[in-house]
Design a protein around this ligand. Structure first.
Ligand code: HEM
Length: 410
């Protein structure tokens, strides 16, 4: 019997993939690098293969969005009758060139490196405001009181939304319930109905915001996106709304979990927390990169073969889907020395956590600044912090990896 036969069919909903995906990732990567899942798609897990797929814009993309979903739901399922799937089908992450090129260009023209870098002093201020609010208590839930609040406040500031808006609680709660449509599986009826309702609410909110920006322009990201509409090939109101939901949600969902995952790993490997505390300014950038590599908040990305093609000689037919396990690629010993060692001095920024190729994360610069500043601030303001590693559970979500709670004392 070969090693391959010992691999269980890959199923993103099995509990072990939520609690600790890395043994399964290692098994796939070492023994079955081109795994055919029982759900009818390829699973690739080696660094070079993941990279090859994500970089190959000619042979891998989204293709037919509805067909991709019918793999999970069956041929009669009306994918686009669901507002959540219709929304995702229109986001540029799910578009191939030339539509992708046009929308991404308009977004990066608004979410400029200059606008993002100018946020750093404000990000430092927000970190301080947040810890000042609970430092005297001697304890906090670092997920709800810090990790989530920081990127929500930052993306609100960038967009020009008041984070104290009474609607904000519902809007932030709407994101994880809506983003479940990114998962590569059939959703339950309840999940899908909730995702549809949440997308309707988010669309209504951002439509009102854009109407306001068109009437009263300001110096913010939403005004900049709205104003592209005056150019011949600019964003329509509907496109701007679609993009805004993606930026708003991606702006905090992934970053909040990087801060949470980072605090968890820094305290699980306490010598690394002590290292950071000894030199917060010098080590916070490489700490953030190591957290991204070691415990990414986005574990996978998927593609569809646009033509009959291959991945390092392995044939893939046109229309077949490929799940690229970014979290497995980041622990590939062919690429990273001692990949299962969490080492904040490693200085490796060539992990795959921001993807690659034409869909490389547009928020990577922002996420990098937020993570670096957050880790620096926490190690400076709360050096005595003790994290209760058992206080929270991993969220019941395969693609977006993060904790429900994380209690800390000092
Ligand atoms: C640590 C935080 C983050 C992680 C781990 C992350 C990860 C990723 C990954 C892996 C992709 C590529 C997906 C694919 O190829 O299918 C991606 C794309 C994207 N990300 Fe992020 N992201 C983060 C933060 C952000 C932030 C802060 C924003 C917005 C402000 C953002 C917005 C986007 C958008 C809009 C795309 C789609 C780009 C395209 O299709 O061209 N992300 N992200």
């Amino acid at each position: 019997m070969t090693m391959v036969a010992e691999i269980e069919p890959f199923d993103p909903s099995i509990p072990e993939l939520i609690t600790d995906p890395y043994p399964i990732f290692a098994q796939l990567r070492e023994n079955d690098p081109f795994h055919w899942s029982k759900f009818g798609y390829w699973v690739v897990s080696r660094y070079d293969h993941v990279r090859e797929v994500l970089m190959n814009r000619k042979d891998f993309g989204t293709g037919d969005f509805s067909n991709n979903l019918k793999l999970f739901y069956g041929p009669d399922f009306d994918v686009l009758a669901n507002s959540s799937y219709r929304w995702l089908s229109e986001v540029f992450i799910a578009k191939d060139p030339p539509q992708h090129t046009r929308i991404r260009g308009l977004v990066t023209g608004s979410l400029t490196a200059k606008r993002v870098r100018a946020m750093e002093p404000r990000i430092r201020e927000i970190c301080k405001e947040l810890t000042d609010a609970f430092i005297a208590d001697g304890h906090a839930d670092m997920m709800t009181q810090f990790a989530y609040k920081l990127p929500v406040m930052v993306i609100c500031d960038l967009m020009g939304i008041d984070h104290r808006d009474p609607a904000m609680g519902e809007l932030t709660a709407a994101i994880p319930e809506a983003f479940v449509v990114f998962e590569a599986r059939k959703l339950t009826e309840h999940e899908l109905t909730t995702a549809n309702r949440r997308i309707d609410e988010l669309e209504a909110f951002f439509r009102t915001q854009f109407e306001d920006r068109l009437a009263h322009p300001r110096d913010d990201l939403l005004t900049s996106l709205a104003q592209t509409g005056s150019a011949p090939d600019g964003l329509t109101m509907h496109e701007a709304t679609t993009v805004a939901i993606a930026l708003f949600g991606a702006g905090f969902e992934t970053t909040a979990n990087i801060i949470g995952n980072g605090l968890y790993q820094l305290h699980r490997h306490h010598d690394q927390w002590e290292r950071l505390v000894a030199d917060p300014a010098g080590l916070s950038g490489s700490t953030n990169e190591e957290v991204l590599r070691f415990e990414s908040s986005l574990v996978a990305a998927y593609r569809t073969a646009l033509n009959d093609t291959e991945i390092s000689g392995h044939p893939v037919q046109a229309g077949q889907r490929v799940l690229t396990l970014v979290g497995a690629a980041n622990r590939d010993g062919r690429k990273f020395e001692e990949p299962d060692r969490f080492d904040i001095g490693r200085g490796a920024a060539d992990h795959m956590s921001f993807g690659g190729g034409i869909h490389f994360c547009v928020g990577a610069e922002l996420a990098r600044i937020e993570g670096r500043v957050a880790f620096e601030h926490l190690a400076t303001a709360l050096p005595e912090m003790k994290v209760d590693l058992g206080s929270g559970a991993w969220r019941d979500n395969f693609l977006f990896r993060g904790l429900t709670r994380l209690e800390a004392r000092w």
